[in-house]
Design a protein around this ligand. Structure first.
Ligand code: FAD
Ligand code: SIN
Length: 523
């Protein structure tokens, strides 16, 4: 039996929750399908904070300039202006809704992160900003009686009828069977795909499902080659790559090599606060130069009381691994962290497929270009979550839901295996190939080999989720092969320079079509 609602939101991170609240304000029925428990998302683990223009010595132009600089020539200026202007509005609203950002002497406390020209990062409970945002948004969403939250509802595909997205197929957690739900429109807020790589800061839910679903449904994907690798994930044998926030370097943390030398001056004048892609590549170069597999973050100039109060989660996690943040050098190395690319949208979250909207990390709005400025993504989720909710209402409110009687055929190739999980073997193989051949440093040979391996994997009997995962890996590798230059989060050993003559443009991928390009993301 199929279900019907007015609007479907997939995902309950910052973007999904904010979109749902916006939709519910209109009185519409909103169903929020989410893969795990409601809190489980990248948002929940965000540490450093959220960038916003609210301090006395800051202004919109400065935040825009920093964002554009980090984006290495590929940001859409209008999108950046929207992010910054609406960002201040929606953060103020979040404060009215009861979010508790950290304060000093009653005033909001701002921290520093790489490539920001001002201290403009708000944080909560020291290093648990994301958790506090999720808490505040869930509390606000609970006030809206017409929002129905459906946890453990793993969505596998979008239903397209007559060129329009009319619903989704998901695995009903109670019936333990596939089910359809139909609506006037669907907002994808499924987050990023850090799990594509062997080493990642992202939680297990971040497998990029929404991107693959949108691709199979016929939406355009943009800039998939741009992956951000965070420089400082805790690097311990058999432990997850727990993030050691960039805010630690913002508070004076130093990177040292295995010999204890501070090494960033070899690579960039901005030292530890150079853009993330630069720091990550510098760490790789330093590990190669010294023949080691780790470098170290040194916070020992600070006393223990300060570190315990400023970074309580990090302090406790390190303690769990027998590391004292104030006394020990902390082993770190880069890990995949953020996808700049995703489902192509306009400034209101509309994708190129009617009835389908996207917001947050799953989307490519044009705000990040080739590299995201630290702490701009929580802001993006908030701003474009709200904007996509607004647009979905405006565009579709009058629409009648007519497609729920007969589920139309989805456009995806049929799969024989009906398993809803990504097979462990497929996941392991794809993650290793992505790390080794499509990772921080790439070249034509490594990318072609990766694509060959993915084609082989595709020959096996894959379930829908596994097929989604491999397809996404292919999209990243194929666009990385197409971009014969180095820029932002994409570095080609065989084309180490930025090439504005040939590649000052975005890669666009669409099912059954060759890679094309576009001057702008917004359409
Ligand atoms: P998410 O928060 O990832 O939410 C995605 C949701 O979709 C989840 O609820 C998930 O369960 C659901 N979902 C996924 N697939 C499916 C499916 N198939 N069916 C149903 N539901 C599905 N950014 C900052 O700006 N500042 C920071 O300090 C910061 N720190 C970070 C620290 C860490 C460790 C990580 C991993 C990221 C950090 N980021 C930070 C990035 C930021 O957290 C994310 O980009 C942002 O939270 C993404 O929000 P989102 O709503 O788009 O997606
Ligand atoms: C961090 O705290 O270092 C993560 C910030 C971000 O990804 O924006």
């Amino acid at each position: 039996m199929s279900l019907e609602t007015d609007f479907i939101v997939i995902g309950s991170g910052v973007a999904g929750l904010r979109a749902s609240i916006e939709l519910a304000k209109s009185g519409a029925r909103v169903s929020v399908l989410t893969k795990d428990k409601a809190q489980e998302s990248n948002t929940e683990y965000a540490q450093g904070g959220v960038a916003v223009v609210l301090s006395d010595d800051d202004n919109a132009e400065l935040h825009e300039e920093d964002t554009l600089y980090a984006g290495a020539g590929l940001c859409d200026v209008e999108a950046v202006e929207t992010l910054v202007a609406d960002g201040t509005k929606y953060i103020k609203q979040l404060i009215e809704w009861g979010i508790e950002f950290d304060r000093e002497g009653g005033k909001l406390a701002f921290t520093q992160e790489a490539a920001h020209s001002r201290r403009r990062i708000l944080h909560a409970h020291g290093d648990s900003t994301g958790k506090e945002i999720v808490r505040a948004l869930i509390a606000r969403a609970r006030q809206e009686k017409n929002i129905v939250l459906m946890p453990f509802a793993n969505t596998e595909s979008l239903i397209v009828n007559d060129g329009r997205c009319v619903g989704v197929r998901f695995l009903d957690p109670i019936l333990r069977a596939p089910r359809e739900i139909f609506a006037k429109a669907v907002i994808l807020c499924t987050g990023g795909a850090g799990q594509l790589f062997l080493h990642t800061t992202n939680p297990p839910v971040a497998t990029g499902d929404g991107m693959a679903m949108a691709y199979f449904a016929g939406a355009e994907m943009a800039d998939m080659e741009f992956i951000q690798f965070h420089p400082t994930a805790l690097n311990l044998e058999n432990a997850p790559r727990f993030l050691l926030s960039e805010a630690m370097r913002g508070e004076g943390g130093i990177l040292r090599n295995a010999q204890g030398e501070r090494f960033m001056s070899r690579y960039d004048d901005l030292l530890e606060l150079a853009p993330r892609d630069v720091v990550s590549r510098s760490i790789v170069a330093e590990m190669r130069r010294t023949g080691t597999r780790t470098v170290f973050l040194d916070m020992t100039a600070h006393d223990e009381k300060f570190l315990k109060e400023r970074f309580p989660k990090i302090y406790e996690t390190c303690k769990f691994y027998d590391l004292n943040v104030a006394k020990d050098l902390l082993p770190v190395s880069p890990a995949s962290h953020y996808c700049m690319g995703g489902v192509r949208t306009d400034l209101h979250g509309r994708t190129t497929l009617k009835g389908l909207y996207a917001a947050g990390e799953v989307a490519c709005t044009g705000v990040h270009g080739a590299n995201r400025l630290a702490s701009n993504s929580l802001l993006e989720g908030l701003v474009f979550g709200a904007r996509s909710g607004e647009a979905a209402i405006k565009d579709n409110y009058e629409l009648r839901i007519t497609n729920y009687e007969s589920p139309p055929e989805d456009q995806r190739p049929k799969t024989k295996n009906q398993s809803s999980e990504i097979s462990t073997a497929v996941k392991k193989r794809v993650k290793r190939v992505m790390w080794e051949r499509v990772g921080i440093l790439r070249d034509r040979d490594s990318l072609q080999r990766a694509l060959k391996e993915f084609a082989q994997i595709e020959q096996s009997n894959l379930g829908t989720s596994s097929r989604n995962f491999v397809t996404l890996a292919k999209l990243v590798a194929a666009s990385a092969l197409w971009r014969e230059e180095s820029r932002g989060g994409h570095f080609r050993n065989d084309f180490p320079e930025r090439d504005d003559v040939n590649f000052d443009k975005h890669s666009i991928q669409k099912i059954d079509a060759e890679i094309s390009s576009s001057e702008k993301i917004n359409f």
